[in-house]
Design a binder for this molecule. Structure first.
Ligand code: 7TS
Length: 428
């Protein structure tokens, strides 16, 4: 673990101004009812946004109204509620398509989350397109959900799984890309942003490199789509996976974007109702994409809720969301570095999103998290579902603070003050 040189913010006051002008944080905070909740008698400081974000009342009320006024199954009944539910469900798909600039709504498949979206590609595309001699390339900074499915596919197909290394500062080893990406590579699956290091990867360059050897590019957008502008046409990626619950939407809904030509020729992931056009006892004709991949009654209220979340974020402007988080992360890195004994993982603020993983002396991150919890501050401690990355840096576990649109510099001050208290408790 190393701290990069020249990380420190130079002008704290200016940072505060940036972070409070990119977004109207006070107005945003008023949209999130949970921020009024007292935790252990203290006002809540929610810094576990990389795990899941909080939900604005616009999303909560959309879901509530759906169940109160519209609830019915989609794509079946010829009755008002079913037709209106279907219309709203498909309108949410169109909102998501616009949000990531997909060419067509047909390129948006509803899944449960990022994990299911990646597994869909692994099982549908991976099992049918890979064999011995083929290679799948991932990176050392992947979340387990962009690693384990490829281990399973490699084992089943005889393909080889390779890992592009990270350097000591938390950047991908771009200098080694040519060595790892060869004509044997059939798929390059990588995260747009590390959920541990915060590193924002050069996605368009990585996609172009994959295409130059004839490989497909799958982007894990779980940490990018909620936090920065993402344009699938500009990036050129073949697949993009992300989760609704990390971007103000409900749990139980996620997205796989796929280029239409690829989706057309991929076999279904699961069989059942809704994904078929005709079924006979001995044969079945598949439905068109995207419904071919959506077997059974879907998460209707959740999809509509995600549609509301996407509209909410679009109104804020994703450039502003990114600017706000960049300012917060710069401030957080400065404040935490002032706490003696804190070591921060990952690159300089300009190259990262709103995630700061750290250790504090020899204090176990679970103890840090528990003591912060007593102060009303929610962070995450552990491997953050990226155990191989922790092994790469020789770390057992880390503590992680992660930010979103409603966080403030004052909350970061509270985090830093609470860490000083942790040190007192542990007599560090
Ligand atoms: N990929 C990345 C980069 C992630 O950060 C996560 C979740 C996932 C995939 C999986 O998303 P899911 O919605 O399918 O679970 N990351 C975290 C985290 O950092 N802490 O809890 C979940």
């Amino acid at each position: 673990m190393q701290l990069s040189e020249g990380d420190r913010a130079v002008n704290t006051v200016e940072d505060r101004i940036i972070s409070t002008t990119a977004l109207d944080v006070e107005a945003i905070r008023a949209d999130f009812p949970i921020l009024e909740v007292k935790v252990r008698g203290k006002s809540l400081v929610y810094l576990d946004n990389a795990a899941s974000s909080q939900k604005p009342r616009q999303v909560i009320e959309t879901i509530n109204a759906y169940y109160r006024e519209l609830n019915a199954n989609v794509h079946r009944g010829i009755h008002y509620l079913s037709e209106e539910s279907t219309r709203r469900y498909e309108a949410a798909r169109a909102s998501v398509a616009r949000f990531i600039n997909a060419r067509s709504d047909r390129e948006i498949i509803w899944t449960r989350n990022t994990t299911e979206a990646i597994n869909l590609v692994a099982y549908s595309w991976g099992l049918t397109h890979l064999g011995p001699g083929d290679e799948i390339l991932v990176t050392e900074m992947e979340h387990h959900s962009n690693l384990v499915p490829w281990q399973i596919v490699a084992e089943r197909t005889g393909a080889t799984l390779r890992h592009l290394p990270v350097d000591d500062r938390g950047y991908l080893r771009m200098d080694l890309l040519d060595r790892f990406l060869t004509e044997r590579t059939k798929l390059f699956a990588f995260t747009a942003m590390s959920n541990v290091l915060g590193t924002v990867n050069p996605v368009a360059d990585l996609v172009a490199a994959a295409h130059s050897v004839g490989a497909l590019a799958l982007v894990d957008g779980a940490q990018s789509v909620p936090h920065m502008p993402v344009d699938v046409q500009a990036l050129g990626c073949d697949f993009l996976a992300f989760s609704g619950h990390k971007m103000c939407g409900p749990t139980g809904i996620g997205v796989l974007y796929g280029r239409r030509e690829l989706l057309e020729e991929m076999p279904p992931f699961m069989g059942g109702g809704d994904m078929i056009r005709e079924v006979h006892l001995d044969r079945t004709e598949w439905n068109d994409v995207p419904w071919k991949f959506e077997a059974g009654t879907p998460a209707i209220a959740q999809a509509i809720g995600l549609g509301a979340a996407v509209e909410y974020l679009s109104q804020l402007g994703m450039e502003n969301v990114l600017a706000h988080e960049r300012a917060l992360v710069r401030y957080a890195m400065e404040r935490l570095q002032d706490v003696e004994g804190v070591r921060i993982l990952g690159p300089r603020p300009e190259d990262r999103g709103g995630v700061v993983s750290f250790t504090l002396g020899d204090i176990h991150p679970h103890d840090i998290a528990a003591l912060l919890d007593a102060e009303g501050i929610a962070i995450r401690a552990g491997y953050h579902c990226a155990q191989p990355l922790h092994e790469r840096y020789g770390l057992g576990a880390t503590a992680r603070a992660s930010f979103y649109i409603y966080n403030t510099p004052e909350e970061i001050d509270r985090l830093a003050q609470a860490l000083e208290k942790v040190k007192v408790v542990f007599a560090v």
